[in-house]
Unconditional design. Structure first.
Length: 184
């Protein structure tokens, strides 16, 4: 947890920022966190809920989480053909450039952190737009304070609600504190 003056990907400003990249750089820890997330997914969905064709994540922050969640689901279910794919930006919109989703397939959407949920919703739209189903959304950190919601079960390991401000109403900007763009 970092403290300072941050501009979140959502455009909001905050005095706190949870930097998932700092923990995901350690493969063992990333694996343990995603194993725990899959445990929570199984507890919520039931074991049959893990019967999916793949895991999809929005780039860039979600790629490691998506890969590790797919590995953990594969380990748990014994599926050797489980896919880990990602959507990437093209003209500031998420698209599938390298992969295809077939109608009728089921996916878990995996992401590191959600504030407003825009990138997750874009990813959900990619899946449903292909005629496939989103079985669940798995997050390491939900910092939306309950404001982000989707048409699929959303499970997170950590729920936090940092104080956020619209840029034009940010007291840290008014104080002249340096603004940092930390990424996700």
């Amino acid at each position: 947890m970092l403290e300072g003056h941050f501009e979140l990907r959502s455009g909001l400003h905050s005095n706190r920022f949870f930097q998932c990249a700092n923990v995901l750089r350690y493969p063992k820890m990333a694996g343990q966190l995603c194993d725990a997330l899959v445990e929570e997914l199984a507890a919520t969905l039931g074991e049959e809920g893990l019967n999916v064709d793949g895991v999809i994540a929005p780039a860039l922050g979600g790629i490691v989480v998506g890969h590790e969640v797919a590995r953990a689901v594969s380990d748990r279910t014994g599926r050797r053909d489980l896919k880990s794919i990602f959507a990437e930006k093209e003209n500031d919109k998420l698209v599938l450039r390298r992969f295809k989703i077939a109608p009728g397939e089921r996916y878990i959407v995996a992401e590191d952190v959600v504030t407003r949920g825009g990138r997750v919703q874009e990813t959900v739209d990619i899946v449903t737009g292909a005629g496939a189903e989103v079985a669940a959304i798995g997050l390491l950190v939900n910092r939306s304070g309950g404001k982000a919601s989707f048409d699929a079960p959303m499970i997170s390991l950590l729920e936090i609600e940092p104080i956020t401000w619209e840029a034009e109403h940010c007291p840290l900007c008014e104080e002249g504190k340096e603004l940092v763009h930390p990424g996700s």
